[in-house]
Write a protein that binds this ligand. Structure first.
Ligand code: SF4
Ligand code: SF4
Length: 439
């Protein structure tokens, strides 16, 4: 798969970039879903009536691809309930009523890290997952039988979606913790090279990261052209190293591990303090938000409480999103909690959220010309509508990373990301049936 500088120029709308994150007051309660990561849900280890402190384990990891969950307030477990997440999965969730004291768990202390195994175990125990939105358990990325296989750690500081500036704040405000994580990864995993990719519209972040690079010859800062989606994993690897991750392969197959800058800062924080992931910085913005800014909130705080902490709404919101306007997903209701991988909460007025009705495809080819993977979204949509599985096999919708460039650029307003998702599901089903029949 070849790449070129395909993508789209988006309005930045990053007025919050200069606003340092402010910690909000403890909410009355938090709701902690046991699945805030890719993989299996964690398993609750507390019951109603238990007292917990900030950082107390409340749900243990279940299996390799999973992540533990920790109390983000001190108080009392009210109940284990069920929550339906944006993707439709129903999972157990732990409701904790805060005592307002935010008492840290006295048993917590910084991990002792003297070896590769210690470091990977520390990252696992930290509960850190991809904080840029992906939510993949971070420790798994560093699990490789051949430690020499990781040649490059690519730090994702691209932050290419409009509005979101929480990563920029991590690079500006938490660079010391990022440096701690870098040193641990270099020392115990022997990673020889660290490349920090940042879009060139973030001059202060680039300057701050260059200060880190001055202290460590293994670090290189790579300013990237400001073009969405520079932060896409495979796009970032290509634009920082020149390496192409073949279709169906992983970054590690070309010697790379990609990790978001906020994720690395969270690892550094855990190594320094022993406090697992219980809070995070998120950007709160959008046309319906009265006082946009960056805030540090406990994981599990209700979206509605976060907006209240930002002055409430200036207009009735027509759309509320976890994440950015390109790849974000709808917040089902304002009681829905901030998740580990929530990097932003955006609320738009009804006028700004209105989507014009799609018109007929005019075969202009713009969708294909702007796709970073050179996919053919209009043809995929046609094959999907026609139920043509053979054609879909050739068009490879499974390579689509759902960046939304095609839909953004389409003059007919076609719902191309949605049809790509449906086409992927059709292919998955067809392949599963084929496998079943063969067996
Ligand atoms: S087809 Fe997928 S990868 Fe290509 S532009 Fe559309 S959403 Fe992005
Ligand atoms: S950009 Fe829209 S109108 Fe143009 S070919 Fe693609 S789907 Fe059709």
């Amino acid at each position: 798969m070849a790449f070129s500088l395909h993508g789209v120029h988006l309005p930045h709308r990053k007025a919050t970039a200069r606003m340092a994150a402010v910690r909000v007051a403890a909410p009355k309660s938090v709701l902690l879903p046991t699945m805030m990561h890719i993989g299996r849900p964690a398993v609750p280890v507390v019951k109603a009536g238990d007292h917990v402190d900030v950082g107390t384990l409340v749900a243990e990891q279940d299996g390799l691809i999973s992540s533990p969950v920790y109390a983000s307030v001190s108080g009392t477990v009210k109940k284990i309930t069920e929550i339906v997440l944006s993707g439709g999965a129903a999972v157990p969730a732990i409701l904790i009523e805060s005592d307002g004291a935010m008492t840290p768990d006295p048993a917590l202390c910084p991990p002792v890290v003297g070896s590769r195994a210690d470091l990977i175990e520390a990252i696992r125990k930290s509960g850190v997952v991809g904080l840029g939105g992906a939510g993949f358990p971070t420790y798994v990325k560093f699990l490789t039988e051949d430690p020499g296989r990781i040649r490059e750690l690519i730090v994702n500081g691209a932050e290419c979606e409009p509005y979101i500036t929480s990563d920029t704040r991590a690079m500006l405000d938490e660079s010391a913790d990022m440096a701690l994580a870098f040193r641990a990864l270099e020392e115990h995993l022997g990673i020889p090279r660290i490349l920090i990719g940042i879009e060139n519209n973030k001059k202060e972040a680039i300057a701050q990261m260059r200060r880190l690079a001055e202290q460590d010859p293994r670090i290189t800062v790579r300013p990237l052209r400001t073009l969405y989606p520079q932060g896409g994993e495979k796009v970032l690897i290509y634009h920082t190293t020149g390496k192409v991750v073949p279709a169906g392969k992983l970054p590690i197959d070309v010697g790379c591990v990609v990790s978001n800058c906020s994720t690395l800062a969270a690892i550094g924080r855990y190594l320094r303090t022993g406090m697992p992931l219980v809070e995070r910085c998120i950007t709160v913005d959008g046309s319906a938000v009265r006082e946009p800014g960056n805030v540090i909130v406990p994981i599990g705080m209700a979206a509605g409480d976060v907006f209240e902490a930002c002055g409430g709404f200036s207009a009735a919101p027509g759309k509320v999103l976890y994440g950015g306007p390109m790849m974000g997903v709808s917040v089902p209701d304002l009681a829905a909690p901030v998740l580990k991988n929530t990097n932003a909460l955006l609320a738009f007025s009804e006028k700004d959220a209105a989507i014009p009705a799609p018109t007929a495809c005019i075969s202009c080819g713009a969708c294909q010309n702007h796709c970073p993977f050179h996919l053919r979204p209009a043809a995929i949509a046609r094959a999907y509508r026609n139920g043509d599985v053979k054609k879909l096999e050739k068009l490879q919708p499974e390579l689509c990373m759902e960046c939304g460039c095609c839909a953004y650029i389409c003059p007919a307003g076609r719902p191309l990301v949605q049809t790509n998702k449906l086409a992927k599901a059709v292919l998955r089903d067809a392949r599963a049936k084929e496998k079943e029949a063969a067996q």
